[in-house]
Design a protein around this ligand. Structure first.
Ligand SMILES: C[S@@+](CC[C@H](N)C(=O)[O-])C[C@H]1O[C@@H](n2cnc3c(N)ncnc32)[C@H](O)[C@@H]1O
Length: 312
């Protein structure tokens, strides 16, 4: 069992959102707030309804009871999808199956569903980072900044780093959310935040147009700084560090490659823990990069394989 800080959190009513998870004490940045085994894992998109019904049947009675207390939403798009898969009209599907699939759909983290983590609400500027850890077979949730006592814990339900408020709101429709999070209320600070998200979007376009290695490195560095300053500790920030390391290496700049790989290592450890497979990999690579940058060992081919992992 991986250690977490679940003794410092509890479920409470979250006004306008149903229930939510809140801190009982201050939680410092980098702490693994929650490590939870999925109650259900469905790794394939084929015959999803049947797989979910079977998985529900295999739960203990207590787990089934807890499952059925979770948030339940049935948007029209879900009804149509289920009707297509089961080749039956929604009203002809047994009520218990309609509930199970609606609950699965409202709470799933792509492939996995958790009991406690299902209570975590959305924010466009979240204080937690979620990743599944294959070494532990658990989902982990790390604090990406210091979280004060009685603060609500949040993750981002959408990929929103470089999306403006109206785009984020469009994406949140399917969750039935009208977002009033820290990033969505109208303040001077948030107007600057929106400008920075727009800048990130523009920089991303420059990067995909693949100018020179030097220009790509400068763009990746700029993007990393904006995201870090905005507190956007999303997967995109890790990818920016990785991209900067990649182009530094392409330019033959060992010191710069090491610097950005080290940033990625720190980011991974903070957001996923040192025991996540991606962290273990980058820790090994940083060791090899450092030895090479200092001239004590030749270039190890695994460094380039690691750099290429996002297929630039
Ligand atoms: C995974 S559940 C989260 C826990 C849920 N609030 C509960 O009571 O169990 C997702 C649902 O919570 C609500 N929700 C999550 N984040 C929200 C937000 N920022 N604003 C309003 N509602 C939110 C929406 O109804 C959404 O479909």
């Amino acid at each position: 069992m991986s250690q977490d800080a679940r003794h410092l959190i509890e479920i409470r009513p979250a006004p306008g959102k149903g229930l939510g998870l809140f801190t009982k004490e201050r939680i410092p940045q980098g702490i693994r707030v929650l490590a939870e085994s999925p109650i259900i894992s469905i790794l394939s998109n084929r015959n999803q309804c049947s797989s979910v019904f079977r998985a529900f049947k295999n739960l203990t009675t207590l787990q089934q009871t807890e499952f059925l207390t979770l948030c339940c939403r049935t948007p029209e798009s879900l009804k149509r999808k289920v009707e297509t898969e089961l080749k039956r009209d929604w009203q002809q599907i047994p009520e218990i199956h309609r509930d199970i699939i609606s609950i699965w759909s409202a709470n799933t983290y792509v492939y996995y569903m958790y009991l406690l983590a299902s209570r975590i609400n959305h924010s466009c500027l979240p204080n937690l980072y979620y990743r599944f850890n294959e070494n532990l077979d658990m989902g982990t949730f790390h604090a990406v900044r210091d979280i004060e006592k009685d603060e609500e814990l949040t993750i981002s339900y959408i990929n929103a780093t470089n999306h403006m408020k109206h785009q984020r709101q469009d994406d949140l429709e399917s969750w039935g959310i009208e977002c009033q999070c820290l990033a969505c209320v109208d303040t001077d600070r948030n107007r600057r935040g929106e400008e920075n998200r727009a800048k990130l979007y523009d920089l991303e376009q420059v990067l995909t147009s693949a100018p020179s290695y030097k220009a790509c490195l400068q763009v990746a560095e700029k993007m990393a700084v904006i995201q870090r300053d905005e507190g956007l500790w999303t997967r995109d920030l890790g990818i920016c560090y990785h991209t900067a390391a990649y182009y530094s290496l392409k330019l033959g700049n060992r010191k710069s490659a090491l610097k950005w790989a080290e940033e990625e290592m720190k980011y991974n450890i903070m957001c996923m823990g040192a025991d996540h497979p991606d962290s273990e990999e980058v820790i090994l690579i940083v060791g090899r990069l450092r030895a090479w940058a200092e001239g004590s060992t030749p270039f190890h081919p695994s460094i380039m394989a690691w750099c290429d992992k996002y297929g630039y």
